[in-house]
Write a protein that binds this ligand. Structure first.
Ligand code: GAL
Length: 379
């Protein structure tokens, strides 16, 4: 991005440098610290528009950058790895000065990142760590291990094994549960699952929780690309294979609201829901509006709220630091080893949302309006 030395060497060398860049715009090798925001472009690569949260993330990042005068090249990749690779390639060619990337597959962008590094374009991994590459400069996310811990605690609270303050609950079980994980190629899926399973372990060990299917390895329970339909299908298969003897599922550990909705659909189709056959306690993540309505209606048990407005803000702060030739401020420099290096990170806190928390956490904070929650749709 920067060549202070070249700038100091004067016009002839600078002209050579620009020619060597192939006249591809402001991106890469130029010193951006003195440039006006309107001359700078930030490439923002998001995984998919099928999930509300990524749309909210993309919009937030774009709005915040544009409010500061920057140009934004925002692309969604339709959960298709070659499309994301191509979009990032194009961002580089079109002269991006910084890249903000939420990867579909955390290991699939190595050659694009090398191209970015060759042009000294800083890369910020957004929410999902990009793995196996030296060329990731910063990571903005939430405390992903704690997300898993919070999901497991929400399951325990929902079942009555534990109170919200962590003390022992009034119920003892045994309860039948099933566990789900996210996409194996997403680094976060492993953090969520590890945090959750470590928290559930004492209850599994003492028999108050039973995974009746015995499927507890992440490889057995992962849902590729976090697809709702795949989660629904797995839940249907579990009901047929494991619960056709009259036994009931009491709880489901689900790492993401989209999966939770698929799981709930499978359960409802199998007759769960009425008071005589209550819907199991189902967890979630992201506070997607459709799931917030389900929580409000007493169908989904909980979600984990990760304020995408704050995440977007951190991404913008990091991007601006790089554009000013500075290092963004990290608050974690040990946790996120991407296989090649520990990526300096800024991690945000997360919040568990049960029905009682919807007003304070989501409505009073302006994330959704009461009308949106009632309708299950964001405007
Ligand atoms: C993860 C993210 C979760 C959820 C999931 C599915 O990477 O951390 O919050 O959005 O992807 O989109």
């Amino acid at each position: 991005m920067k060549r202070r030395l070249l700038a100091a060497l004067g016009g002839a060398v600078l002209a050579f440098s620009l020619a060597a860049c192939g006249g591809e715009g402001a991106g890469g090798d130029t010193d951006t610290s003195g440039q006006a925001p309107q001359d700078l472009t930030i490439g923002v690569s998001m995984p998919t528009q099928t999930s509300e949260r990524w749309i909210a993330d993309g919009n937030s990042v774009k709005e915040k950058l544009e409010a500061k005068g920057y140009k934004v090249d925002l692309q969604y990749a339709g959960d298709d790895i070659p499309t994301q690779s191509q979009q990032v390639d194009q961002m580089i060619t079109r002269g991006a000065d910084v890249l903000i990337i939420a990867a579909i597959d955390g290991t699939a962008l190595s050659s694009q990142l090398q191209a970015a590094a060759d042009k000294k374009i800083p890369v910020i991994a957004y929410d999902r760590l990009i793995r196996d590459s030296q060329n990731v400069d910063f990571y903005v996310s939430f405390d992903n291990f704690k997300v898993g811990v919070a999901q497991a605690n929400a399951l325990l609270v929902g079942l009555g094994l534990q109170n919200k303050d962590g003390s022992k609950g009034s119920k003892t079980g045994p309860f039948n549960i099933e566990v789900f994980a996210g996409s194996l190629d997403d680094n976060n899926a492993h953090f969520f699952f590890d945090g959750a399973m470590q928290t559930l372990k004492p209850f599994l060990d003492n028999g108050s929780l039973v995974v009746k299917s015995k499927q507890t390895a992440i490889e057995q329970v992962a849902i590729l690309r976090w697809q709702q339909e795949t989660a629904q299908k797995r839940m249907e298969d579990l009901l047929t294979s494991t619960y056709n003897d009259g036994s009931k599922v009491n709880g489901v550990l689900s790492p993401y609201d989209g999966l939770s909705r698929g799981i709930i659909t499978a359960l409802q189709n199998a007759g769960y829901g009425p008071a005589a056959n209550p819907i199991p306690v189902v967890t979630g993540q992201d506070a997607e509006i459709a799931s917030v309505k389900l929580i409000n209606d007493g169908v989904q048990g909980s979600t984990i709220f990760k304020d995408t407005r704050l995440l977007a803000e951190q991404a913008v702060i990091a991007a601006e630091a790089f554009l000013q030739e500075k290092q963004p401020q990290a608050n974690d420099t040990t946790t996120y080893d991407n296989g090649v290096k520990v990526v300096p990170s800024y991690l945000l806190p997360v919040q568990t949302v049960f029905k009682d928390d919807i007003k304070t956490a989501l409505i009073d904070s302006g994330y959704y309006t009461a009308e949106e929650v009632a309708a299950g749709q964001a405007k």
